[in-house]
Design a binder for this molecule. Structure first.
Ligand code: AMP
Length: 130
């Protein structure tokens, strides 16, 4: 069965898209740790990060770098934190999170955003994506 993220790539499930190329897709996390929390995924469905080939892994990190730069330009923050977990959704995804303190990386304190805020954040990051 297709993963929820494969359904996002196909457009079957809506998302707040921030960037895309032929191989990867970046969109806002729907239950963000902080404003601008973004997920970067390979369009090809793969469960675990280290099941990607080294070449795919390197291209994913390269794309994530450009997305992180766009987030940094858009959201005032101390730095961008990066994490890969995948216990909830078995489709490789890199969390890019604008952080100001360690708690922003703990996945326990969540930001509540309106649809308008999600749209405006996604548009802002997309506009800064090189
Ligand atoms: P994990 O698999 O533990 O790395 O976490 C999966 C992440 O995907 C969580 O941060 C969720 O909030 C996020 N998530 C789940 N469904 C969606 C969705 N439909 N759109 C955006 N983010 C999602």
């Amino acid at each position: 069965m297709a993963s929820i993220f494969t359904k996002i790539v196909s457009g079957e499930i809506p998302s707040y898209k921030v960037a895309e190329n032929e191989e990867f897709y970046a969109f806002l996390d729907i239950n963000p740790n902080a404003k601008g929390h973004t997920l970067v995924i390979p369009k090809k469905e793969e469960n675990k990060l280290f099941d990607l080939s080294k070449e795919e892994y390197n291209r994913l990190m390269d794309f994530s770098y450009d997305v992180a730069k766009a987030i940094e330009k858009t959201i005032p923050c101390e730095r961008i934190g990066m994490s890969v977990i995948g216990l909830e959704v078995p489709h490789v995804h890199v969390h890019l999170i604008p952080i100001n303190e360690m708690d922003d990386m703990r996945f326990t304190r969540k930001a509540k955003l309106s649809n308008e805020e999600f749209v405006s954040l996604a548009e802002g990051i997309a506009a800064n994506f090189a």
